[in-house]
Write a protein that binds this ligand. Structure first.
Ligand code: VGL
Ligand code: ZN
Length: 195
């Protein structure tokens, strides 16, 4: 049993890449990716500061492959900026004060983490955020890298495990990723523990 965590004014929720292309029927579907939506919708109203990241690639992004191997540098084309697949899941509820962070916008650079090449650290610091809770897609790529960068930037970091789904190729990658995040200093909780 993890400890219950009471959300404070200095906490932010970071919702990673809950976009149509990562959900069932999307260009790069994560199995059961849409199951994170109700979990995240229940969490969002608890937070005064909520960030939504988007994978937001140019059509010629370096990670796109015609014969994707579902690993670094070899993904199906996905989340091309301003296309329907890059839109947030229809049922994801964004509060009016949500901060939206686009990443992976340069053709020649991968950016799994919401902190990479963005102003996310500054946006959190200017709001006085000390701790971040993270959920979304995919556990083993963008969620993991966002969590590791949050820790690196000095934020207390909480992974909400059941608010995430992963790609898990090869199988076991998600379990390893959670272990890696915990090892790096992340607290791992379930959504029901966030009060
Ligand atoms: C992601 C692979 C490529 C993710 C994005 O959101 O986890 N994974 N681009
Ligand atoms: Zn991508």
């Amino acid at each position: 049993m993890e400890d219950a965590l009471k959300v404070q004014a200095t906490d932010a929720l970071i919702v990673v890449d809950v976009q149509k292309d990562f959900c069932p029927r999307g260009a790069m579907a994560v199995e059961k990716g849409d199951e994170v939506v109700p979990v995240l919708n229940a969490l969002t109203p608890k937070f005064g500061c909520v960030v939504f990241t988007r994978d937001w690639h140019p059509p010629n992004h370096c990670s796109f492959s015609e014969e994707p191997e579902f690993k670094d540098e070899s993904w199906p084309p996905h989340c091309v900026a301003d296309t329907p697949g890059a839109a947030f899941h229809d049922d994801l509820r964004l509060p009016s004060h949500a901060v939206i962070i686009d990443k992976g916008t340069e053709p020649d650079a991968e950016a799994y983490s919401g902190f990479e090449g963005t102003e996310l650290t500054e946006r959190l610091r200017e709001r006085g955020i000390a701790r971040v809770f993270v959920g979304g897609l995919a556990t083993d790529y963008c969620v993991k890298n966002t969590v590791l960068d949050a820790l690196e930037a000095g934020f207390e970091t909480v992974l909400v495990e059941d608010a995430c789904r992963g790609i898990d190729i090869p199988p076991g990658t998600v379990v390893e990723s959670v272990a890696e995040m915990r090892q790096a200093g992340a607290l791992v909780v379930r959504a029901e523990d966030v009060k």
